[in-house]
Ligand binder design. Structure first.
Ligand code: ATP
Ligand code: MG
Length: 322
């Protein structure tokens, strides 16, 4: 045993070793402290940076409104299919309605997915957006449905709408048709969100012509940016020729999986391409969203305390702050 008892003399040969050990242990404590401090700093920085790699802004709490309208019209648009347009229309709309905003959602896709997602069977409807577009005597009030979410209304669609694309071609001012029929209800709402179909045809051009701004959902997948140049080109043409006030409200990254390198790389590329136009809010991939379609409700009511609901509430705050 080399351990010395208290009061015992330390052997001459042991002294330097004990001192060396103590110096070494001091240094290692200091090094550990430095590593801990560096890790703390990294965690602090990471906590302040959002998933897009930019510092998360402190979003103001939305103020309560005492009066409503006229509506800001948003087109939810991407000609790529399955990127989260309908999911984002429903849940952004519901989150805005939770903040006391009056919101009208327009199903502008003959698939009627928005209507289904809000619990409406589109095949049982007598009047839809199709009748609103094509029949002079039909007004938005005739087609409007209340949803189960207070403050959230719907203009539903079904497969009939696919005929409008063809029939509108022969109309005068065919691109302005949706804007014209929405005009009378704009004073009743704070936000109108149009769920576009996955195409850049005449219906989508109508939505862009009726809109004040566009939100482009992008799925965080390998081909996310494919076709976006064409979409931007269409937006510019509509701005140029039909609707000079149209703005790009933001790019919304959807179906993000932070656990994969691939997801993180795609998101980084999207931020590199669009910078400040990318919403700080990123929507994660979760099975809760497909579940909401089955029950026909927004995630904000179906799974009110889920991370997905929180994400769309945060997106609503960003939209309100922009
Ligand atoms: N964040 C998400 N995580 C997981 N699944 C999602 C997410 N967002 C949407 N989905 C699911 O992905 C599918 C496509 O979403 P959605 O219908 O919203 O896309 P879309 O762009 O409207 O599609 P389309 O172009 O066909 O209209 C749906 O089954 C939906 O439930
Ligand atoms: Mg859709």
């Amino acid at each position: 045993m080399s351990t010395n008892l208290p009061g015992e003399d330390v052997g001459a040969d042991q002294l330097p070793l004990v001192q060396a050990e103590s110096v070494a242990s001091h240094e290692s404590v200091r090094a550990t402290d430095q590593v801990d401090a560096a890790l703390d700093e990294a965690a602090r920085v990471a906590a302040q940076l959002g998933p897009t790699g930019r510092p998360m802004p402190v979003l103001p709490e939305p103020v309560a409104l005492t009066e409503h309208g006229p509506a800001h019209v948003i087109a939810m648009c991407n000609q790529k299919g399955g990127v989260g347009k309908t999911t984002s229309t429903i849940n952004l709309g519901a989150a805005l309605a939770e903040q006391g905003r009056h919101v009208l959602l327009v199903d502008f896709d003959p698939q009627g997915a928005l209507s289904v997602g809000l619990g409406v069977n589109p095949h049982e409807l007598d009047r839809t957006v199709y009748n609103l577009l094509m029949e002079r005597e039909v007004s938005a009030d005739d087609v409007l449905l209340k949803t189960n979410v207070p403050g959230l209304d719907l203009l539903p669609s079904n497969i009939d709408l696919s005929a409008a694309e063809v029939q509108l071609v022969g109309e005068v001012a065919r691109e302005q048709t949706l804007g014209r029929v929405l005009g009378p209800v704009l004073p009743d709402y704070d936000y109108v969100i149009i769920d576009c179909q996955p195409s850049l045809g005449l219906l989508t051009v109508n939505a862009l012509t009726a809109a004040d701004s566009v939100i482009i959902p992008l799925e965080c997948e390998f081909f996310a940016l494919r076709g976006v140049a064409l979409l931007m080109d269409t937006i510019l043409k509509v701005q140029d020729r039909l609707n000079p006030q149209l703005e790009l409200q933001g790019i919304l990254a959807t179906m993000y999986d932070a656990r994969t390198n691939h997801g993180r790389e795609v998101l980084a590329r999207v931020v590199e391409a669009f910078g400040e136009r990318v919403f700080h809010t990123v929507i994660n991939r979760t099975v809760r969203f497909p579940e909401t379609t089955v029950v026909g409700e927004p995630i904000t009511t179906y799974a009110s305390s889920s991370a997905g609901a929180a994400a769309y509430r945060q997106l609503a705050k960003e939209v309100l702050a922009r």
